[in-house]
Design a protein around this ligand. Structure first.
Ligand SMILES: *Cc1c(COP(=O)(O)O)cnc(C)c1O
Length: 355
């Protein structure tokens, strides 16, 4: 493990007073973790420093060719005040898989995880207290070669920033209307859809803008070849409930393998549901919604944990899932998962790391 230097911020900010107005990702704490990579030398200069802008050469590779990946996880405050993380090693393992696909170096996971824990201990007072709030953690890796030639960079910058975030559902779970995107695609097999790369989001923004204009918050992506098989929703995976069976699209190479998705599948199995990963045809799914065979649908992701779907709109037709409310399976999975994350439900699956 590298040694980690700490330089304290001599001008710390006032912490947000009203935790009901935190929102998502616009307030940042006083410090960040940073580490440099140079080809031939490896990772070096691991440090915790005051939060602030980087100086980047305008020719930096990341600014031109989007060689950048990120992660998203949360630090939760328990009722007794202790802080905990949910499956952080899985986030770093996924970041390493993203790095591999994007031609970037493997992380020094041991140093970075220790750096994250030290950063969290230093910023512990920034973890909000209100139920449903948390401290969002954003590890990021960017290519910093100052060269316009198209080539994997020789230098990289890894950093972790922290942001106190509000409760996703201040008034309890709220079902969403989803637009099934039949014009644009997010990713194709063999591409970078299964990596957490910033470029995937750049490719998705226009569809999001169009859907927003029509009054939707999220789009459901179909496969990039036939636009027929269900992939995922915006920044969430998607699951469906058929009575006692929980089904989700099988990882196709263009679907992001969500840690919440994996947790929901494991938990559902643990709770006695039948669980399956299958290729899912949008036409069959919509038929099953109409016939009532399909009883619930919900998205899964770190931000919202579980996000019930009220309706799917496909080619100007609206399909309401069940009675349009919160299904019992979604509610049970939400309560159990958030219970484990906030320490009110016993962590029998070994997912919690104490800070
Ligand atoms: C991060 C992300 C998810 C959800 O992953 P979690 O690990 O559950 O937070 C789903 N889809 C996309 C495109 C993502 O970027």
């Amino acid at each position: 493990m590298l040694s980690i230097n700490t330089q304290l911020n001599t001008a710390p900010k006032a912490k947000p007073q009203d935790e009901s107005k935190l929102g998502f990702g616009s307030i940042f704490t006083d410090h960040m973790f940073v580490c440099d990579y140079t080809e031939g030398k490896g990772w070096h200069d691991a440090r915790i420093v005051p939060y602030g802008p980087f100086q980047l050469d305008p020719s930096s590779a990341v600014l031109h060719y989007s060689q950048t990946i990120f992660e998203g996880m949360k630090c939760y405050r328990r009722k007794d005040g202790e802080l905990q993380l949910f499956r952080p090693k899985d986030n770093f393992a996924r970041m390493n898989r993203s790095a591999q696909r994007m031609g970037m170096p493997q992380l020094d996971t041991e140093t970075f995880l220790e750096g994250l824990l030290r950063l969290l201990r230093l910023e512990k007072d920034w973890v909000p207290h209100t139920p449903g709030t948390s401290l969002y953690i954003r590890p990021t890796l960017i290519a910093t070669d100052a060269k316009l030639g198209v080539h994997a960079s020789h230098k990289y910058l890894f950093y972790i920033i922290l942001s106190p975030v509000g409760a996703y559902y201040p008034g309890g779970l709220a079902p969403n209307d989803i637009y099934v995107e039949d014009e644009y695609v997010r990713a194709v097999r063999g591409g970078i859809g299964e990596t957490k790369a910033g470029a995937n989001y750049a490719a998705s923004l226009l569809a999001g803008m169009h859907a927003e204009k029509k009054g939707f918050v999220q789009v459901l992506w179909l496969d990039g070849v036939e636009q027929r098989y269900i992939e995922e929703v915006g920044s969430m995976n998607i699951l469906f409930v058929y009575g006692n069976k929980v089904v989700t699209p099988k990882l196709s190479g263009s679907i992001l393998p969500g840690i919440t998705r994996d947790s929901v599948l494991k938990l559902a199995k643990h709770l006695g549901y039948e669980v399956a990963e299958e290729r899912m045809d949008i036409h069959e799914v919509l038929e099953d919604i109409q016939s009532g065979k399909l009883t619930e649908s919900f998205g899964s992701g770190t931000a919202a944990v579980i996000s019930p779907v009220k309706t799917f709109s496909y080619k100007d037709k609206v399909y309401q899932v069940g009675n349009g409310g919160i299904g019992p399976v979604a509610q049970q999975l939400y309560d159990t998962l958030t219970g484990i994350q906030y320490g009110t439900v016993e962590d029998t699956l070994g997912w919690i790391t104490s800070v």
